[in-house]
Structures are given as structure tokens and as C-alpha cells.
Design a protein around this ligand. Structure first.
Ligand code: ADP
Ligand code: MG
Length: 703
């Protein structure tokens, strides 16, 4: 699909320069210096020859076909050059030149122009404003980067050019191998999603790293990433500077949601692993790139010191991995080969005076144990420690079988040569046990993710027509937020249970409603200007009798007016008093990048204080709805504690899925909350007691 970039038969460098120090020189020099085997054409109207190659005034003058063009000229000439590339039949263009979208209005226009020329001719574009690309297996270094990473199996893409240079420097200093290296720049055309698709089946890439600042199409990212992570681990580093939506939020969910939550949810739902720092990024990617897959969570530790063994054990437990329980044969075997003072249970302590042979014995025994999925070899430099010999034998043993082994040779000065030996045997080393554990956790997560079945979406039989009618009616009245009766219509249309209620405009109506519903009732102020009714004393529970109804009617209206003199007051809602249950919240906030971000958590009036909530991007699959319930801190409360019966978790799942379907069917819902969704004991369902909906403003409605 993007072969033109990674394995082109010929490349033209448009803007190739004769003077070292210019970008147009650097790019051409890199192509030649790092062994590209295809045809190379420097394009420069003022030169006949550059770096020993014939130069041509324009790409149209090249006698043979040109598959890929690298454009390094001032921005204003790019459209014309792209036009020529189109005529020449160029399939891919890397535009290194800057001065486009990143440079203001003029640049935005120029970028659009370039893109429309590219579309017209079917040219794919990387950049503009990028560093270029490197594909080590081709080999092709079509960049102005200082150097070429060793050939390897890490594929890397980055929106930030600066990060590219930093990663490249690391690759060179640590001798870490890469397959592809792409600086995406402004992402006018090719973006993260395109590259994920292109690398999904790339046999040279065992792990894909994405450094992203923002995404153009979050839903597409989810779709593609979900496919890729079935076979290839994807590690994302996300910097936090995504532009937040500018819309003012008016719901609990809106307050708690945010682009960070949306990314978290998207990564979780797709199985993309997140690295929270560059350090983690390196830790995980080397483990994936160099070691066989970890196929479980049971880890053995071999160490020559007690302290680090305990640190590793603690880290394992905290990260959800397990300290493997060794089989009795293994324990026996360890006992035979190790001194009496050694610990033959996991963590296996070969003790301070261990030479390489003891490590060899312990490592072989651990790897042979079917209860062990992976091993961390910890070494601290003690008086007799054979650092390099140990590294050598560990490397040989690891290579002879198919479970992953990670090194944790602690220190720097003394263990340095040993680490080099480990690396030569493709064993990544981590200076601290927690970091090795972190790498194993990432591997375990990937393993579980890759064996996870595809998500299943439930489709309910619902009444879309009614919802559409309600929304149209609300809009026709010049409103975007729904009144209580309207919200209730929506809930019913999507099969959710709500308490009986009536909107009363005066005290007489309120009494009539209350008698009809039956005492006790709940009374609530209804005003589009009052977001959280209880905040102003606008909710009255347990109202018994006509006199109370009349008194509270006046009181609620009074409080609303005192809160805001010109508040629009639609009346007082008289509602059936719901039996008490566990109060949860289900809400949705539309994220600018991913669309409907669905929240579930502990509800009631303290949601914002407790913040015990979790998120997924809709549509939410059945398994995901279950996970949401399990994830919140108060899960135990829902499961039932101290003799309490468990809550109706199926009813929560059902509600999450129905809400997910609603907001997927109606993208115009930008915010909604059901708070509380009162949940009863298992088998008794749930009741949507209070809800709120806000619709998207359409351009035609902007006043
Ligand atoms: P708001 O969220 O605007 O303050 P709610 O309608 O959610 O108003 O009411 C606040 C709280 O009052 C709810 O969290 C719930 O505990 C209680 N409540 C509201 N309506 C009922 C009802 N019909 N039955 C029982 N309790 C209710
Ligand atoms: Mg509420």
C-alpha cells in the first residue's frame, strides 16, 4: 500500500543541493551513503551533476520512471513540483519542506493546495514539515537525520521530528535495531492509521511504536489498531497537548471526561500498550523486539542477592504478574545443584558468591519448569561475580529455548561489559528490577490481548423514530437541552426503566399528580438554568400529603428564583419515590477525536468528588461493559459486602449497552448523564432516576 515509500525502485531528490550543510545535500548524501540500491535522480535546475550523479532540471526530464520523490525546496514551489510529479507518475512524495500548516493561514492554504494536487494524481504524501523516512531493510535513508539506525525489528513513527532525532540517537548509542523510521510531520495525508495498516503484516517489524500528539480520526484508529494488535504489539506514547474541546460542559460526565480519558479508553479497547515515558517506551520495545513472546503471567527470578529479588517480587505483585510456583522436580533439581544456603524457591537466590555455573544451573531449571513463562536474571556485582561469563552463559541458554529472558544486571561501571554480552545475545537489560517487570507486564498484556476474541456488539430493538422526533421538536423550539419529559421519552424509546413522573405547573396540578402517583413522592424543580438541582435545595424526597406538596411547590420555586432571579422555570416535577438502591452513573460526552466517550461509575450527588468512574469509547462491546463495572473502586459495593445481596450487574450492563447504542445511533447527542441510575439487587433491575441530554449545535442554529 505504501510500498512506494519503503521499497521504491527509484527516487528523485527534488531540491538536491551541491553544498554540504544544506538539507537538499544531506538527504541525497544519506540515500547514497546508507546503501540504497535503486536508481537515484538529483533534481536541480542549476546543476549538471551532484555527488557523482547526473542532475536534471525537473523530474519531468528524468528519462526513466520515478517511483518516489523527496521534496526539499522552499514551500511556495511545492505545488508546481507536485504537479510535475503527478505528470511523471510518481507514487509517493515525502515533503520535507516546512512552511505549511504549522506556519499560519497562508501555510494552511498552501498545504490544502498541495494535497488536492496529490489527490488528483493519486500521489500519497508524507509530511510536509518532516524529517523524512528510513527503512533499514531496503535499505533507504530518505531523511536528513544524522545517521542510520542498525537493521532491526522496531518500526517507529512520530509526529514530532525532535523525538525522531532523540530516538535515533538512542538507537545509535545502544545499538538498537529498527525496521522503519518515519517522521510524519504535519500528516497532511499519510497518518498513524495508514502506517499501522501498512505495517500490520510487515515481516521485518515485530513491534510498532507510535509517538502521537493527536489523531485525525479516532474511530478509524480504533478499528485499525484493534486489527493490528492481534498480531503485532503497538506501543503508544501520547503527549498531553491535544487541544481540548472548547464547548462548555454541562454534565457530570462532561466535567470528568477529557481527551486524556478518551485516549486511555481507546488504548485499552484496542490493546495498544501505553508507555508513560520514553524510558518505558525503550523498555517495552526492546523486550518485544529481541525476546520471544511471553505466554502467561508466571515469572521466575534468578538472583545473587536477596534485596533485589524482593524488589522484583514486590513489583511483580503490584503489576498483576505472578511469582511462578516452581514444580517440585524443579525445586529438587535446584537443591541438587546449589549450595545449602541458596533459596531454591522462587525467587531463586544463587547467593553472593555464585559463579556463572550456578546461574546456568538455576536458569536452565527455571526455564524447563512448565509453571514458568519467563525469567528475570538479576546480577549484582560482588567480589567473585563472573559478570561477562554469566552474561555469556545466560545468553546461550536463553537462545536455546523459546521463553523470554530479561536481564537485570544492576549497576553501570562494573556490569557494563556484561550488559554488552547480554545485548549481543539479544537479551535486553534493565538497570532496576521494576523496569524488567514493567517490560514483562507489557508482554503479558499483549499476549492476553492477542488471544482475546473480537468484540461483540448487542443490537437492541429500539424506537429510533420517537427519538428523532423528540430531537427535532426540541431544536424547532430553539433549544439544545432536553426537558425532563423529553428525556424520559428517549429513555423509554431505548427500553430503560424510569420512575413515574408528572410535570406540574402549579400547586393544584402537583397535588393531583401526587395523589395519582401515590405517596410518598419526590418533588424537583425543573429549569434549564439549574444544572444540579440538589445544589440549590431543589429536590425534596419523601413528600407525604397534599399540604406538604403545596408547601414544597412554593418553596422549590422560591429557591430557584433566589438562586437566579430570571431563571426559566418550567415547573415542578412530581415523581414516584424510588426504593433505595446503589446509585450509579452512566453518561456520555462527545470527544472531538474519538466521538462518544461513555462513562460508568459510582453515582449520586458526589460523583465529581469521588471520581470513581471509568470510560470506554462507544460502541461498547458486551465484554467491555462488564470490564467497566469490574474496574471501578466501588465494584465490591456492587458485588455486595457484609451480607448485603449483590446488585443487578446484568441490568447495569444492559443499560450501558443501550446507552451505547443510543449515542451511536444519534451522534448529535454531545452530552448526557443518567445520574443516578439506581441499581437494585440481582434480578430486580435498575431505574434511571434523573437524566440530562444536550444536543450538538448545528451551524445553521448558531445565533
Ligand atoms: P440533581 O442531580 O439535579 O441534584 P436528582 O434528580 O438526581 O437531582 O436528585 C438528587 C438525588 O436525590 C439523587 O441522587 C437521589 O439520591 C435522590 N432522588 C432523586 N429522585 C429520586 C426518586 N424519584 N426516588 C428516590 N430518590 C430520588
Ligand atoms: Mg442527578
Amino acid at each position: 500500500m505504501l510500498e512506494a515509500f519503503f521499497t521504491p525502485e527509484s527516487v528523485a531528490v527534488i531540491g538536491a543541493a551541491r553544498e554540504p550543510g544544506k538539507l537538499g545535500y544531506g538527504v541525497l548524501a544519506n540515500i547514497l551513503e546508507y546503501g540504497y540500491k535503486g536508481r537515484v535522480y538529483p533534481i536541480n535546475p542549476k546543476a549538471d551533476e551532484i555527488l557523482g550523479l547526473t542532475a536534471y532540471p525537473s523530474v519531468l526530464d528524468v528519462p526513466d520512471p520515478v517511483e518516489m520523490a523527496i521534496i526539499v525546496i522552499p514551500n511556495k514551489y511545492v505545488p508546481q513540483v507536485m504537479e510535475e510529479c503527478g505528470q511523471k507518475g510518481v507514487k509517493g512524495a515525502i515533503i520535507i519542506s516546512a512552511g505549511f500548516r504549522e506556519a499560519g493561514m497562508e501555510g494552511i492554504k498552501l498545504e490544502r493546495e498541495v494535497l488536492s494536487i496529490a489527490h488528483k494524481h493519486g500521489i500519497r504524501v508524507i509530511g510536509p514539515n518532516c524529517l523524512g523516512i528510513i527503512s533499514t531493510h531496503t535499505p533507504l535513508n530518505a531523511s536528513f537525520a544524522a545517521g542510520m539506525p542498525p537493521k532491526g525489528s522496531i518500526a517507529f513513527m512520530s509526529q514530532s521530528g525532535a523525538l525522531c532525532t532523540a530516538i535515533l540517537d538512542w538507537a545509535l548509542s545502544e545499538n538498537i535495531g529498527f525496521s522503519h523510521f518515519v517522521s510524519l510531520g504535519n500528516k497532511a495525508d499519510v497518518d498513524e492509521v495508514d502506517l499501522l495498516e501498512a505495517w500490520k503484516h510487515d515481516e521485518n517489524s515485530r513491534v510498532i511504536i507510535v509517538y502521537m500528539e493527536g489523531l485525525k480520526d479516532g474511530q478509524k484508529f480504533i478499528k485499525v489498531a484493534r486489527e493490528v494488535t492481534k498480531g503485532t504489539p503497538v506501543i503508544a506514547v501520547k503527549s498531553g497537548n491535544t487541544a481540548a474541546g472548547s464547548r462548555a460542559v454541562s454534565s457530570h460526565t462532561g466535567t470528568l471526561a477529557g481527551s486524556e480519558r478518551a485516549y486511555e479508553a481507546a488504548f485499552q479497547q484496542t490493546g495498544v500498550l501505553r508507555a508513560n515515558s520514553i524510558e518505558h517506551l525503550f523498555d517495552y520495545s526492546t523486550a518485544f523486539a529481541y525476546q520471544p513472546a511471553l505466554k502467561g503471567r508466571n515469572i521466575a527470578i534468578v538472583t545473587n542477592a536477596g534485596g533485589p529479588g524482593i524488589m522484583a517480587t514486590d513489583a511483580l505483585e503490584e503489576s498483576g504478574l505472578k511469582l511462578a510456583t516452581l514444580q517440585s522436580e524443579t525445586v529438587e533439581r535446584l537443591r541438587e545443584g546449589l549450595p545449602a544456603a541458596a533459596n531454591v524457591f522462587n525467587p531463586i537466590d544463587v547467593i553472593g558468591d555464585a559463579l556463572a555455573d550456578r546461574y546456568a544451573h538455576a536458569l536452565k531449571a527455571a526455564l524447563a519448569d512448565k509453571n514458568v513463562d519467563g525469567v528475570i536474571v538479576i546480577l549484582t556485582p560482588q567480589v567473585y561475580t563472573q559478570i561477562e561469563e554469566t552474561a555469556e552463559i545466560v545468553g546461550q541458554i536463553a537462545a536455546s529455548q523459546d521463553k523470554p529472558v530479561l536481564g537485570c544486571f544492576m549497576g553501570q561501571e562494573k556490569v557494563g561489559p556484561g550488559i554488552k554480552v547480554l545485548n549481543r545475545h539479544n537479551i535486553p537489560n534493565y538497570v532496576f528490577p521494576e523496569r524488567a517487570v514493567g517490560a514483562f507486564r507489557a508482554m503479558a498484556e499483549f499476549w492476553e490481548r492477542s488471544s482475546r476474541p473480537d468484540p461483540e456488539y448487542k443490537e437492541f430493538d429500539v424506537d429510533r423514530e420517537t427519538v428523532k422526533k423528540v430531537f427535532d421538536r426540541v431544536r424547532s423550539e430553539g433549544r439544545l437541552s432536553l426537558g425532563d419529559a423529553e428525556s424520559r421519552e428517549i429513555m423509554e424509546a431505548y427500553g430503560l426503566r424510569i420512575p413515574r413522573s408528572v410535570l406540574a405547573e402549579n400547586a393544584d396540578e402537583a397535588v393531583a399528580a401526587a395523589e395519582n402517583i401515590g405517596y410518598p413522592v419526590v418533588m424537583k424543580i425543573v429549569s434549564p438554568d439549574i444544572l444540579h438541582k440538589s445544589d440549590i435545595g431543589g429536590v425534596r424526597l419523601n413528600v407525604r400529603g397534599a399540604t406538604e406538596v403545596r408547601d414544597f411547590f412554593d418553596l422549590l420555586i422560591y429557591r430557584a428564583q433566589r438562586y437566579m432571579a430570571d431563571a426559566r422555570i418550567w415547573g415542578v416535577l412530581v415523581q414516584e419515590m424510588a426504593p433505595s438502591g446503589k446509585e450509579t452513573i452512566i453518561g456520555v460526552n462527545r470527544d472531538p477525536q474519538f466521538g462518544p466517550l461513555l462513562m460508568f461509575g459510582l453515582g449520586g450527588i458526589y460523583v465529581e468528588v469521588l471520581k470513581d468512574v471509568t470510560f470506554r469509547i462507544a460502541p461498547v462491546a458486551q465484554r467491555e461493559a462488564r470490564e467497566m463495572i469490574n474496574e471501578i473502586r466501588s465494584y465490591h459495593l456492587l458485588r455486595g459486602v457484609r451480607g448485603e445481596p449483590p446488585s443487578d450487574l446484568d441490568a447495569i450492563v444492559d443499560t450501558i449497552l443501550r446507552v451505547s447504542q443510543l449515542v451511536t445511533d444519534f451522534p448529535e447527542i454531545v452530552e448526557m448523564d443518567i445520574n443516578p441510575l439506581t441499581v437494585y439487587e440481582a434480578g430486580k433491575g435498575a431505574l434511571a432516576v434523573d437524566m440530562r441530554f444536550v444536543l450538538e449545535e448545528r451551524e445553521s442554529e448558531q445565533g
